[in-house]
Design a protein around this ligand. Structure first.
Ligand SMILES: C[S@@+](CC[C@H](N)C(=O)[O-])C[C@H]1O[C@@H](n2cnc3c(N)ncnc32)[C@H](O)[C@@H]1O
Length: 818
């Protein structure tokens, strides 16, 4: 199931939008009810032809209750619209089955089994929290589902309240697990019996084994021989096998769909997208203010089995294996205690810190795996320590491998690895507290090891630039302005040139191609991780945006300018908006190297600049006064604090959510590029426009926006701005997180209240709301404006073997004056 990673963590019981096959079918069930009401009127007469299944998509998609109750005596016989028995039953348009059917029940049970299996396996390994002196790890247990805000004191209080006898107990705030060591086996058995299943809040405690790992001794790593894993308190006989027992493999964690054929993976993704889309209809129906007529698209959703618009399909990824052009490899210890470069086996919150090699993850390219192995070999004899997530100390943190393809003319269709022409390696470290001379020495040795390893590899590996990122934060997600320095790449035995204190812009970039367009990419700029599939995505967005030379295209969250630049020849002008300063510089450079003159890129947060840009560029167009009032535009600026805060939280979740840290995207704080005299006088300080003069407003017949926000979705201010500007009739929404698309679409597509009703000031409950619940709440204070309507949706699979998928939705408003 493709649940967005953050949903379960933030969705409380009272606001649940969880996917329940029964409630999911409620729209469909409404259709069935209508069918049942009509069955008498529609009873086909002898000479009337039987309605063909093609006429009604719900034909025989529900079991006939008369047939079932009367043991086959339904008077409509074979002409009955309802299925007489399981054999006649057809799947519903959304690919689900009548929930009362055996098939649906079996599917549900299978899903539950799978979920349970996942839960059972989702535990744990670490001894950092179990002291050496406490001795026998066999006497330690891990308590799962504890409140994250608890520290060790609260855990001990809880154990004392329960009358549990133990030797020591530890817990770190922020984790949902704690560790208890018992004095002897009897204490352990009694303790486990008393604690297992005990509820705290709405969670039941689960007891898991602790799988010991090496721990740190006074800053120096020390590997200890691993005790055998405990199975029901017994020691297993095989150390190597034992240490991995019950733990999901890195392949399962990073690419959980890899066990399915590609066709099956697409089917899974489609199913989960259909569930998500139906949530949009349900939520928009709920959000519709009382006394306001439901929009047509909601009323007609019944004909589509509850969908807000048709899901037209799912475009396949041209490459299914090794497609990622960017991999972020963690540095840490494997289950066997070896310094390892790869992926974490779970997330820190759940107490998992073990890292395993990426070799079995089919989405990782051979080149990336080889670089991970080279770096790993280097770390095994480095003088400096690996980063320790428990006490936030250490030096080596992360390796990012970014690849750029050669142009299409040079492509080798048989050996896709041969198409990689450039590679950038970014090594993240935390230099604080380490001596410069030692650090510089290690960097020189590292550069040599990587350059030599790449040259000796067969075939040899491309290596274009080597960059060090210095980051002191707790999570590996560094801000865009974290210091970068370039390491020289030299193969000769001559002494290398001195290390450069800062990354020289020209030396720290790689290039990739989308169609015939060449893109220059700097270390922290976003670039879609599956270039060939992104090409399909952008061209679909362009087709749906219905562009022509009279179109002004807003490319919102434009990154390195990929969407605007690839579509520039189809429009009059492109305005790109992006908050990451180096991505904006890349975008400018990219327009130049592709000889494109009709693109402008603005550096700033969309929520800060969108309103004034729309005003500037649209001011000479005739206003559609039916829907825009000055008041409405003014109101856009008044975001209440709840929205601001919530957005901040979403962004944080976003960055911390990359549980398998194959993040294609990180949230960056913008730092300004050095472009002089380009600040727009009426813009907030942190924004600038990339061209020399401010272009005077031009007359464009059409204004279209393509938005491609990060996982958290669009800021509420951007949504209000888009709604407030009635010239904007068409909006193509590209989303890497269907859950936030749904939340944003609720706000974009729900009618605004008649009397400009204000949202309640008391927003204390927002923290516990789902994103859809929050969106419904915001609709209440939406300034009076014409809503969009969902016209069609299409998925593009950029992430084979994982549950993720891009979703594109076309939103429109009626034509001016209608
Ligand atoms: C999913 S990426 C899309 C980038 C680009 N459209 C592409 O396909 O390469 C989202 C981009 O939005 C940028 N971003 C995130 N929050 C933003 C904000 N509030 N305003 C403007 N840009 C933002 C990120 O830096 C990132 O480049």
């Amino acid at each position: 199931m493709m649940a967005a990673p953050s949903s379960s963590a933030t969705t409380p019981a009272d606001e649940t939008e969880t996917v329940n096959p029964d409630t999911e079918l409620s729209e469909g069930n409404a259709d069935v009810a209508t069918l049942k009401r009509k069955r008498e009127e529609d009873t086909p007469s002898d000479d009337a032809p039987v309605p063909a299944s093609s006429v009604n998509p719900l034909w025989k998609t529900s079991l006939c209750s008369f047939f079932r109750r009367t043991n086959g005596l339904c008077s409509h016989g074979s002409e009955c619209k309802f299925a007489h028995g399981e054999e006649e039953l057809r799947p519903r348009p959304d690919n689900t089955w009548d929930p009362t059917s055996e098939r649906a029940k079996r599917e549900k049970a299978d899903n539950e089994d799978r979920e349970r299996e996942k839960e059972d396996k989702g535990v744990l390994m670490m001894t950092e929290m179990v002291d050496e002196e406490e001795g026998d790890a066999g006497l330690s247990k891990c308590l799962v589902h504890l409140p994250q805000k608890w520290g060790s004191d609260q855990l001990r209080n809880f154990l004392n309240d329960q009358g549990t006898v133990y030797k020591s107990a530890k817990k770190k705030k922020g984790m949902m697990v704690g560790f208890v060591t018992f004095g002897d086996r009897e204490q352990l058995e009694t303790g486990v019996k008393g604690l297992d299943g005990k509820s705290i809040g709405n969670k039941n405690i689960k007891i898991a084994d602790v799988i010991p790992r090496p721990f740190e001794k006074k800053g120096r790593q020390e590997n200890i021989v691993l005790p055998k894993v405990q199975q029901d308190g017994e020691q297993s006989g095989d150390e190597d096998k034992g240490s991995n027992a019950g733990i999901r493999s890195v392949r399962d964690v990073v690419t959980p769909l890899a066990h399915l054929s590609y066709a099956e993976q697409l089917e899974e993704k489609k199913k989960s997208l259909l569930h998500m889309l139906k949530k949009l209809t349900r939520s928009a129906r709920k959000a519709c203010p009382s006394g306001v007529v439901l929009p047509d698209w909601i009323l007609k959703s019944r004909e589509r089995g509850g969908l807000p618009c048709n899901l037209e399909g799912i475009l396949e990824s041209p490459l299914i294996d090794g497609y990622r052009n960017k991999c972020e490899f963690s540095v840490g210890y494997s289950l066997n205690g070896q310094p390892t470069v790869g992926f974490m086996l779970g997330n820190y919150r759940e107490g998992v810190t073990a890292v395993e090699e990426p070799n079995n993850c089919p989405n990782v390219s051979t080149i990336a795996s080889k670089y991970a192995a080279l770096f790993q070999r280097f770390l095994q004899c480095s003088e400096l320590p690996l980063w320790n997530r428990f006490n936030n100390t250490g030096f080596w943190r992360q390796l990012t491998v970014r690849e750029g393809r050669r142009s299409a003319e040079m492509a080798d269709s048989h050996h896709t690895e041969n198409n990689i022409g450039e590679v950038m390696l970014i090594i993240q470290v935390c230099s604080a507290g380490h001596e410069d001379s030692v650090v510089n020495g290690e960097f020189e040795r590292l550069a040599k090891a990587l350059v030599t390893g790449a040259a000796e590899s067969s075939p040899c590996l491309p290596l274009t630039c080597l960059v060090v990122q210095d980051h002191q934060g707790i999570s590996n997600v560094a801000p865009a302005d974290a210091p970068l320095r370039s390491l020289p790449i030299t193969l000769s035995n001559n002494p290398p040139p001195p290390l450069e204190a800062s990354a020289n812009d020209d030396k720290t970039r790689i290039h990739d191609y989308i169609g015939n367009h060449k893109f220059s990419i700097s270390p922290t700029a976003f670039f879609q991780v599956n270039t060939l599939a992104a090409e399909k995505l952008y061209s679909l967005a362009g087709d749906w945006a219905d562009l022509d030379s009279d179109t002004l295209l807003f490319d919102v969250c434009c990154g390195t300018g990929t969407i605007g630049i690839t579509l520039a020849h189809r429009v009059g002008m492109v305005i790109g908006i992006e908050m990451n300063a180096s991505a904006v510089l890349d975008a400018q450079r990219n327009a130049e190297i592709n000889g494109i003159a009709n693109c402008k890129f603005v550096c700033g947060k969309a929520e800060d600049v969108m309103g004034s840009l729309l005003k500037d560029y649209l001011q000479s167009l005739p206003q559609n006064t039916a829907f825009v009032s000055t008041k409405c535009e003014e109101e856009v600026d008044n975001i209440d604090s709840c929205e601001k805060e919530k957005t901040g939280i979403d962004e944080k979740q976003d960055t911390e959510n990359g549980s398998n840290n194959l993040a294609g995207e990180s949230q960056h704080k913008s730092s300004l590029p050095e472009i002089e005299d380009h600040k727009m006088e009426d813009q907030p300080q942190n924004t600038c426009i990339s061209n020399k003069e401010r272009t005077s407003p031009l007359q464009f017949k059409k204004v279209v926006a393509i938005v491609d926000p990060p996982r958290a979705g669009l800021h509420p201010t951007v949504i209000k701005t888009l709604r407030a500007h009635s010239h904007l009739r068409k909006l193509v929404y590209i989303s890497c997180n269907p859950e936030s698309l749904v939340a944003n679409a609720i706000e974009l597509c729900s009618p605004s209240p008649e009397n400009g009703e204000k949202g309640k000031k008391d927003n204390r409950g927002w923290r516990n709301m789902s994103s859809a619940g929050l969106a419904r709440h915001r609709v209440k204070s939406m300034p009076k404006s014409e809503p969009f309507r969902p016209v069609k949706a299409m998925a593009v699979d950029l992430f084979p073997h994982t549950p993720h998928c891009e979703l594109v939705m076309l939103l429109e408003r009626h034509h001016l004056g209608t």
